[in-house]
Ligand binder design. Sequence first.
Ligand code: AMP
Length: 281
Amino acid sequence: MQLIKTIKEMQAFTKALKAEGKSIGFVPTMGALHEGHISLFRRSGEENDATVASIFINPTQFGPDEDFNQYPKDHKGDMEKLSTLHVEAVFLPDVAEMYPKGFSTFIYVGGIGNILCGASRPDHFNGVATVVTKLFNIVMPDRAYFGQKDFQQTVVIKKIVRELGIDVDIVVCPLVREDDGLAMSSRNAYLSDEERKSALIINKALQYAKSLMLSGKEDSISSVKDKITALITPDPLVSIEYVEIVGTQYLEKIREVKFPAAICIAVNIGNTRLIDNIIVK
Ligand code: AMP
């Protein structure tokens, strides 16, 4: 497994793979790898001749008051995990390599970048779109793997790939949960024991909403939203940022129960912001 830190070296590595006729799968991450990430590497390993990982905590997707400086880092653990998988190269640029002095070219996502998580994180999806597009240009993968954990991100990335004519297949992989139902996330490391117990309400609320929608007895989305909000609200450690039920392709708010629909939740528990979702078909 090669460790690559510069754009030029990464591009040369990719070109050499392509010259051998090898297909390339790409898994972009911010590190602190867990089983959710690992599932993406496994899938890429199954579907491609070679897999490239990137680990880059992207400053442009964090707001000024967010956790960029505290974001969990575990380079040693990450390398150990990746070395047991079929990963040919890890791209590990520093911030100056990705955003050299004077950098000013950004992708503006518009519409769907400003709702759900984008409402409280105004430049988040512009930062994600910019870094992912740049990484696509550097790694030039045939396929790129993203988790349904960040459902809105997958919709945004599919849209920029479509609208900018980027030649890469986007593969969305299932959300991986802990045994007790908590969605795996690098940010779970921030939670105290008590907060972690409270965090279980998120998946419970999603399951409850799903059962209401599938029961055939609920027509109104606002009634489903009210019921799950009422389930979460009594926990004093959990404050809801949003509970939304949207269409899976365009993220439009829906009024009446219909399928497929994505139930999306963002909460703050102490200083930790957690997101989760479930797609109901
Ligand atoms: P991150 O390092 O948080 O930027 O995540 C890198 C990729 O891993 C993204 O495509 C995430 O959606 C995906 N991912 C993170 N957590 C999970 C999870 N619990 N299940 C599946 N994919 C995940």
